[in-house]
Write a protein that binds this ligand. Structure first.
Ligand SMILES: Nc1ncnc2c1ncn2[C@@H]1O[C@H](COP(=O)(O)OP(=O)(O)OP(=O)(O)O)[C@@H](O)[C@H]1O
Length: 227
């Protein structure tokens, strides 16, 4: 479902005499349907950079990043947007809050833009918010003023509303209390069971060991460090 072939990347520091910093070389990995892999490696080894390349936020210098057959490294922006709607979900650490949009609508949106009726999308959003212990009195409010942990749970509800075949998870259990953390781990397990291929960064090692089938040490893709 997610296949990375010989990917490399460097950053150009335009404000520093266009200095080129190579950050990745020869990155290759395959995540079949139903498998969860954890990206590991020291701080600065390139875990977030690889995730952003898979999502199409960062350009890739060489190689291919295939998600359900679409090469994100060379796809047109409109094809990447289509992929993000129907195939590739991304739960980042932080909710990007749109002012004045209710929590229910924030969570229901991925379902509405993929053709579910509003009633069906809202019903699913309600069940997710309930499951993640967001009090009902908050559902009609914008999550702008919510606590960090509440925002993260809204973000997770939104990320899991649509059954994406592939997902990227960036520290999905950071700042959660034990009860909600357990719920999120169950949700990840359910996604795997229905065949979702998952790539994640988990600084929560217990969660990582519980949920991931394999670890990929990104240090192996760091230029100059790779064996
Ligand atoms: N936008 C950018 N411009 C220039 N350099 C960048 C940029 N983003 C990342 N880098 C560099 O790329 C390297 C990899 O960074 P990245 O954030 O992917 O590491 P990481 O493994 O996710 O680290 P951490 O565990 O600390 O989050 C670092 O040396 C970083 O300085």
């Amino acid at each position: 479902m997610i296949r990375i072939e010989n990917v490399s990347k460097s950053f150009t520091l335009h404000n520093q005499s266009a200095t080129e910093i190579p950050v990745m070389a020869g990155a290759s990995l395959h995540v079949p349907a139903g498998e969860c892999i954890a990206l590991v490696g020291a701080s600065g080894s390139g875990k977030s950079t690889l995730m952003r390349m898979i999502y199409g936020n960062y350009l890739t210098a060489t190689g291919r990043i295939l998600v359900d057959g679409v090469d994100v490294a060379s796809a047109e922006p409109r094809d990447i947007l289509q992929l993000r709607r129907h195939t590739l979900g991304y739960v980042s650490q932080f909710l990007r809050v749109v002012p004045r949009v209710s929590t229910l609508d924030v969570v229901a949106e991925p379902l509405m833009i993929t053709g579910r009726t509003r009633d069906a999308a809202i019903a699913k959003a309600q069940s997710l918010l309930e499951r993640l212990n967001i009090p009902e009195r908050l559902w009609q409010l914008s999550p702008t003023t919510f606590s960090g942990g509440e925002q993260q749970r809204v973000n997770i509800a939104r990320g899991f509303a649509y059954p994406y075949p592939a997902m990227l998870l960036d520290e999905p259990t950071a700042s959660l209390d034990p009860t909600n953390r357990a719920t999120v781990l169950t949700m990840i397990k359910e996604a795997k069971d229905r065949g979702t291929a998952i790539v994640g960064i988990f600084h929560d090692h217990e969660a990582r060991d519980q949920i991931c089938d394999r670890q990929i040490d990104v240090t192996g893709f760091t230029p100059g460090l790779a064996a």
